[in-house]
Design a protein around this ligand. Structure first.
Ligand code: ADP
Ligand code: F6P
Length: 324
């Protein structure tokens, strides 16, 4: 028989993402409406190990749905990667009466959640990362806000790039994945998009393309470079030397992680956070909430972490066609 969960914890872990507050709010309010008590754990697994734990009421999450960042703060915690850290984490949960836990974060955070589940704490993962790089889900909380922020910034760089008839290398986040780069490439009409999944290190091809486009009258050349490839500043120097065109590098950086979440992120965060609270109410554990093929579903965390994700080839081809 499934274990009855009376008190749950909620934490955000790993890199923050816009919409995490909306997810926390949803977990809190849905859990309370399901008859459970909720405790907030500050600073992810680090806060768990330091017992940074507080009661959360429905009112404590008022006025948070529109706020970027995470009211529970977040952290990366190397101690939690060890068996001793995980044992201690499970003991602290039990000490505070936490028999269920929602972890909002990425793959790394889910690996931690898996360890707590193995130690008897009913644990559910909610995908929160701007990178969209979690294989078992088509959507991750924060991606939509991040690509919209990046898109706006790239539009602005493009204005000045055109005025000066320059080439611009714009680096976007995404860790080892090219989703943010590909979406911005399409949304901003970039001349070139460099994706870690496909990059062949053939810089000469890029240089030839820049020269070719200038010859056919293009006033700017926007290259979106994914963080997983990186080295945008040195790349800009080499391109300027090889093409004779003024070239500048702009690294968008952490601005992509901040800001008020978009409608899409708020709604997905609310749905996914609520779904997690429902799974705990049903006594489920070691599950990850997912949006797959247009529906909210859940997967076993072990299964989810073993899945592979690749860029949509059709999107890549469409983007290529748009640059001709
Ligand atoms: P994300 O959750 O965004 O992928 P990280 O990979 O940095 O971010 O992971 C966040 C935290 O999750 C880590 O700092 C660590 O505390 C925990 N974690 C990551 N991997 C593991 C693992 N294999 N086992 C236990 N805990 C882990
Ligand atoms: O996972 C989100 C992310 O912003 C990645 O895109 C990036 O590689 C990483 O986190 C940066 O981490 P930090 O904030 O620790 O520099």
């Amino acid at each position: 028989m499934a274990k009855e969960v009376k008190t749950i914890g909620v934490m955000t872990s790993g890199g923050d993402a816009p919409g995490m507050n909306a997810a926390i709010r949803a977990v809190v309010r849905k859990a309370i409406s399901n008859g459970m008590k909720v405790k907030g754990i500050y600073q992810g697994y680090r806060g768990l190990l330091n017992e940074e734990i507080t009661d959360l009421s429905a009112r404590d999450v008022s006025d948070t749905i529109s706020r970027g960042g995470t009211i529970l703060y977040t952290a990366r915690c190397s101690d939690f990667r060890t068996a001793e850290g995980q044992d201690k984490g499970a003991d602290i949960c039990r000490k505070h009466g936490i028999d269920g836990l929602v972890v909002i974060g990425g793959d790394g955070s889910f690996a931690g959640a898996q360890q707590l589940a193995a130690r008897g704490i009913n644990t559910i993962g909610v995908p929160g990362t701007i990178d969209l790089d979690i294989a078992c889900t088509d959507y991750t909380i924060g991606f939509d806000t991040a690509v919209n922020t990046a898109m706006d910034a790239i539009d602005k760089v493009r204005d000045t790039s055109t005025s000066h008839e320059r080439c611009s290398i714009i680096e976007v986040m995404g860790r080892n994945a090219g989703y943010i780069a590909l979406w911005c490439g399409i949304a901003n009409g970039a001349e070139d998009v460099l994706l870690p999944e496909q990059f062949d290190f053939d810089e000469q091809k890029l240089i030839d393309n820049i020269i070719h486009n200038r010859k056919r009258g293009k006033k700017h050349h926007i290259v979106i470079n994914a963080e997983g490839i990186g080295h945008s500043t040195s790349m800009a120097r080499r391109i300027e030397a090889a093409t004779g065109l003024e070239t500048r590098a702009t690294i968008l950086g952490h601005m992509q992680r901040g800001g008020s979440p978009t409608c899409r992120d708020r709604v997905f965060a609310t749905m996914m956070g609520s779904y997690a609270a429902d799974l705990l109410k049903e006594g489920k554990s070691n599950r990850v909430v997912s949006f797959k093929n247009g529906q909210f579903v859940d997967f076993d965390i072990d299964e989810g972490l073993n899945m592979q994700k690749s860029l949509d080839e059709y999107m890549v081809r469409v983007n290529k066609a748009m640059t001709t």
